[in-house]
Design a protein around this ligand. Structure first.
Ligand code: CP
Ligand code: NVA
Length: 334
């Protein structure tokens, strides 16, 4: 019997702070239940005749496919809409698009640039809206990360996550809040220029304090990662910031995750994993890495026994399904 909190019904996700700590952890728990159910061969009807619009302004492999399959697995449907496909923001305002799609669909997942666009869709559509990544936040990613940590270590207790790289990007912002809400110690290792935004840090610090953990920020990665159980990184240049590529590579080269840095945790023989939201630059087999010659993680770490990136990637689907089901499922169907 699947279980989740009633308070999640009809809810939007703008950022992790949209949920209470308990609700966020309940979503992770529901995702685990849905994953086990799917592994047992069940494709159900939890989203029967529910239709979800996927508005994407930026590229995606995981979020797009996870959303489509999450809906389809449970009898629902998802329609992929990019900016050139619809009038969004060109001939029709975000507000009008929201009101139109809200009459047709049961929910909207948005990936794009401005956080405000996501908020406007939620304000005017009248249906749940989920943030599938904006310039500021990537909350659905962190639900998958928490599920991966929980599965690998058996619980989220007594855990330290060290994020190494661009400490103020969308993934880092959401990871910091996700850890704070889950009672996980969070360490950010980044050059000063890329330390977290002060307001976002202060908000997460207040949550961390309430949950008895702390957030620490270091410029020296080797010092910062000492004692960490999870080393996490992301690309050095996020979508939309391509003009800053040379500057970022120069700043972040000392922050590459390699075996030396993994060893600096002191946990090579203990509880240790490597996570990355993906896509990752870990070898020279992509157009971008052939041009830049820069990798945020070595192939040795990426392919090592510590790397749980493909579990993490799969968990995007189960956690997005948990969001859809908890918001849209009619419990009498369960
Ligand atoms: N991690 C993640 O969001 O991947 P995509 O950009 O492929 O959706
Ligand atoms: N920070 C990255 C995450 C990609 C999933 C980006 O915004 O491009």
């Amino acid at each position: 019997m699947l279980e989740w909190m009633d308070s999640l019904r009809g809810r939007s996700l703008m950022r992790l702070a949209s949920f209470t700590d308990e609700e966020m952890l309940d979503l992770v728990n529901l995702a685990g239940q849905l994953k086990a159910r799917r592994a047992a061969g069940v494709r159900g009807n939890l989203l029967l005749r529910k239709n979800i619009a996927l508005i994407f302004e930026k590229s995606s492999t995981r979020t797009r496919n996870s959303s489509i399959i999450a809906a389809r697995d449970e009898g629902g449907g998802a329609e992929y809409l990019t900016r050139p496909d619809i009038h969004f923001g060109k001939k029709e305002s975000v507000k009008d698009t929201a009101r139109v799609l809200g009459r047709i669909y049961d929910g909207i997942l948005f990936r794009g640039f401005a956080q405000r666009t996501c908020e406007e869709l939620a304000e005017y559509s009248g249906v749940p809206v989920w943030n599938g990544l904006t310039d500021d936040y990537h909350p659905t990613q962190i639900l998958a990360d928490l599920l991966t940590v929980k599965e690998t270590f058996g619980s989220l207790d007594d855990c330290t996550v060290a994020y190494v790289g661009d400490g103020r990007n969308n993934v880092a912002n959401s990871l910091m809040m996700g850890c704070a809400k889950a009672g996980i110690r969070y360490v950010c290792c980044a050059p000063r220029e890329l330390w977290p935004d002060e307001a976002i840090l202060a908000e997460a610090e207040a949550v961390a304090k309430r949950n008895g953990v702390d957030i620490r920020v270091f410029s020296d990665a080797k010092t910062g990662v000492k004692g960490a159980n999870v080393l996490y990184t992301d690309v050095w240049v996020s979508m939309g910031e391509e003009a800053k590529t040379a500057e970022r590579i120069a700043l972040l080269r000392p922050y590459q995750i390699n075996m030396d840095l993994m060893a600096a945790t002191g946990n090579l023989n203990g509880r240790l994993m490597f996570l990355h939201c993906l896509p990752a630059f870990h070898d020279f087999n992509t157009e971008v890495t052939k041009q830049t010659g820069a990798l945020e993680v070595t192939d040795e770490v990426f392919e090592s026994k510590y790397s749980k990136v493909f579990d993490e990637s799969e968990n995007r689907m189960h956690t997005i399904k948990a969001l859809f089901v908890s918001a849209l499922c009619d419990r009498s169907a369960v």
